[in-house]
Design a protein around this ligand. Structure first.
Ligand code: ADP
Ligand code: ASP
Ligand code: MG
Length: 406
């Protein structure tokens, strides 16, 4: 008997009809002789709606309160899903993150899972029940509710699969798997049959929201076989697994885009040792991740411009901190640009090929797109551009590196 964790995303549980269809699928898997644990997201659009409500009340919602608020969306779908499963004749029980002992750190709104008590889930399985767990949430050491960051239900599912040593974790979503680029932007994007943990990790961290980055980290660390597939049909999906010889050897595996970026620039900062450390220490202390950093060559007056990107959800906090530091350093002020996006090309094959970056820059230049920032690693190249060019850039790069179906 196999143990399978199935996670259903927002579109897959968007209304009662969809919840009933998913319940049928879950029960069919159980009737084939498997033990099944279900993890659900909030109904599509619900989390956004809750975020909007909070911002109608205040500009700067308290993060502890935000977590309690946002966790409610997943509670709703978990209870409805358990009812739908019961209705078609199988035993089921819903659980919040707290009830299955998902313990996290205390970084509200982007907490990290530290441990899961598997007992309650094992007991439910032992009693022949299908447990349905509310995704995206846990509790911290004070028993306060935390959430795992947008898209975090994937991480709940993989962490549960790892904790219970499940045979498989299936992520059901609204596309047929992992594609060479977002199929909503690139119509001829190709579905991949297999992708390595490392490449998936890179794709997720560069903005391909089909999987939450941390879920891939867990899957890799605990060797959880992970399948991404559609809840709307029976297509086999994409297997995320260890790299092996059978995987395609291509230079560029995929193109990603990320609109969730803001660029902050400190103008005329004194160019002397310790300045960067003081800026980025202050930002790190506020639990904000900085992505790309660019420092210009200093001008005659020994001052330089320093730009960096943070995610949009952190932009207010990051701006406040940067303005404070700017005043302390006597720099010439701070500017912010929220209309930026990051497009990236990635692939482990890039390590052994020359000229990939040049091809990327040439493609963007051919489309008349100005590059504001560049960042590279062995297996990816990212460019920050104006958001209005993002879709054109993704399509042009996808064509340039011949990733399409044709
Ligand atoms: P869910 O609500 O099921 O978690 P998400 O919206 O979080 O679904 O993730 C699925 C979406 O990810 C797809 O609808 C697609 O638009 C987007 N996406 C972005 N990049 C990719 C990619 N490379 N492959 C597949 N989907 C992608
Ligand atoms: N409901 C949360 C979100 O919309 C978590 C998830 O769906 O994974 O981000
Ligand atoms: Mg998601």
């Amino acid at each position: 008997m196999a143990l399978i964790v199935q996670k259903y995303g927002g579109t897959s549980v968007a209304n009662s009809e969809r919840i009933r269809a998913v319940a049928e699928r879950v029960v069919a898997t159980a009737r084939e002789g498997n033990q099944v644990i279900v993890v659900v997201s909030a109904m599509a659009g619900e989390t956004d709606k809750l975020v909007r409500f909070a911002h109608e009340i205040t500009d700067a919602p308290d993060e502890r309160e935000m977590d309690l608020l946002l966790s409610s969306g997943e509670r709703v779908t978990s209870a409805l899903m358990a009812m739908a499963i019961q209705k078609i004749g199988s035993d089921s029980m819903s659980f919040t993150g707290r009830q299955v002992g998902i313990r996290t750190d205390s970084s509200h709104t982007k907490a990290m899972i530290e441990s899961i008590e598997a007992d309650r889930l094992k007991r439910a399985l032992g009693e022949g029940k299908i447990p349905v767990v509310a995704g995206f949430q846990g509790i911290n050491e004070l028993s306060d509710v935390t959430t795992l960051g947008r898209g975090g239900s994937d991480t709940t599912a993989v962490a549960i699969a790892a904790a219970l040593k499940a045979d498989l974790c299936e992520i059901y979503t609204d596309v047929e798997g992992v594609f060479t680029a977002d199929p909503r932007i690139v119509p001829d994007a190709r579905k991949m049959d297999r992708v390595s943990y490392d490449e998936m990790l890179e794709m997720a961290s560069l903005g391909a929201k089909v999987l939450h980055g941390r879920s891939v980290e867990f899957a890799k660390k605990y060797s959880v076989p992970l399948i991404v597939r559609s809840s709307f049909n029976q297509a086999p999906g994409t297997l995320v697994t260890k790299e092996d010889g059978a995987m395609e050897k291509v230079v560029v595996t995929g193109i990603t885009h990320d609109k969730n970026q803001t660029r902050i620039t400190l103008k005329g900062v004194p160019d002397r040792p310790g300045i960067a450390a003081s800026i980025f220490n202050a930002i790190a202390k506020a639990n904000i991740n900085v992505d790309i950093i660019v420092q210009n060559v200093s001008s005659d007056d020994n001052a330089t411009d320093l730009s960096f990107t943070v995610s949009k959800s952190d932009e207010k906090k990051a701006l406040e901190i940067t303005k404070k530091i700017s005043a302390e350093l006597g720099s010439r002020g701070v500017t912010i640009n929220s209309n930026v996006a990051k497009v990236s090309i990635l692939g482990v094959g890039m390590q052994s090929h020359f000229g990939v970056a040049a091809r990327m820059f040439e493609t963007l230049s051919r489309e008349g797109i100005n590059i504001m920032m560049i960042s590279t690693s062995e297996i990816k190249i990212s460019c920050v551009i104006d958001v209005k060019h993002m879709e054109v850039a993704v399509r042009a790069l996808h064509a340039e590196f011949e990733l399409g179906q044709g």
